[in-house]
Design a protein around this ligand. Structure first.
Ligand SMILES: O=C(O)C(=O)C[C@]1(C(=O)O)C=C[C@@H](O)C=C1
Length: 285
């Protein structure tokens, strides 16, 4: 399938690496923000958008979840999990005295994956959040005389002429990020890839107001069907304090019986249910 793929840019983000792993021979287009990228897919400017959804250390990328639920409900057609190594990048001039940097630039999720490092090694440096890890690297390369560092990957060091002052500064070894592929063409990806690891289905459930045991009843609709849930996340419905959506990942493709049955049962309880997608997932070891 020849598709133009949008990703959270600029060049050399982790998101671009995820897009390249899934679609090695497709042309790619960078977008400055996650909403820009999802909007471009909704408008058909690109066939699909790759955006980050969840990190093993820092949790969900709320911007992605909220934008898909509240603003631009595009179906999820695939997912890829990528190992993440965060490095501290500086201009070559600052390599010998990188400990003296006064500002560290990165995406908030990348910064959060390196909290202990920042707290202990660069205690005095100011943290500056930007739209992506490679946007941080680009900014540092464009300001060679400022004592600034970026947290980003090796691709970004090469792309923007920076050097790695400290390798692997993320706080815990097992660092991975899930990226999703969204497209207005509502067809699950069908890549013949050795990275394929299974299929899952994501739904969003809104519980009826003040109904004791409602969440328990929702969960039992999956439990007695022996449908394995791999994630439950609550996000504000944005209609008032205490009102939440539950985003539920089911470790199975949408079949004709079990998942529709569970969804119908949950609706009968008075919940609203929305399918975000049923899609294959891929894993980069
Ligand atoms: O793709 C990038 O480089 C990003 O800046 C985004 C993002 C994210 O939002 O999770 C992607 C992977 C890492 O977990 C850190 C940052």
């Amino acid at each position: 399938m020849e598709m133009k793929i949008g990703y959270l840019g600029p060049k050399a983000t982790f998101t671009e690496a995820a897009a390249a792993a899934l679609f090695p021979s497709s042309p790619r287009a960078p977008y400055d923000t996650i909403p820009d990228c999802i909007d471009a897919a909704a408008a058909g400017e690109i066939e699909a958008a790759v955006v980050p959804l969840e990190n093993a250390l820092e949790g969900s990328v709320n911007l992605t979840l909220d934008y898909l639920i509240h603003e631009q409900p595009l179906p999820i057609i695939g997912e890829v999990v990528v190992p993440i190594e965060q490095h501290l990048l500086v201009h070559p001039y600052y390599a010998p005295h990188w400990r003296e940097v006064k500002e560290v630039y990165s995406h908030p999720h990348a910064m959060a994956q390196c909290r202990k490092f920042l707290h202990t090694v660069l205690k005095e440096a100011k943290h500056v959040h930007v739209t992506s890890t490679s946007a941080a690297a680009r900014w540092v390369s464009e300001h060679p005389h400022l004592p600034a560092a970026a947290i980003a990957n090796r691709l970004a060091a090469d792309e923007y002429g920076l050097v790695i002052a400290q390798e692997n500064i993320h706080d815990y070894d097992s660092n991975h990020t899930r990226f999703i592929v969204v497209s207005r063409r509502n067809e699950p990806l069908s890549l013949r890839s050795p990275l394929y690891a299974g299929d899952k289905t994501t739904i969003v459930v809104m519980l009826p107001k003040d109904q004791p045991g409602a969440l328990h009843q929702v969960l039992s609709a999956f439990a007695w069907r022996r449908l394995n849930l791999t994630k439950i996340e609550s996000r504000p419905a944005k209609t008032g304090l205490g009102n939440y959506f539950f985003i539920i990942d089911i470790d199975a493709p949408k079949d004709d019986v079990l998942i529709p049955g569970a969804m119908a049962e949950i609706e009968a309880l008075g919940c609203t249910v929305q399918l975000l997608g049923s899609y294959p997932y891929y894993f980069i070891g």
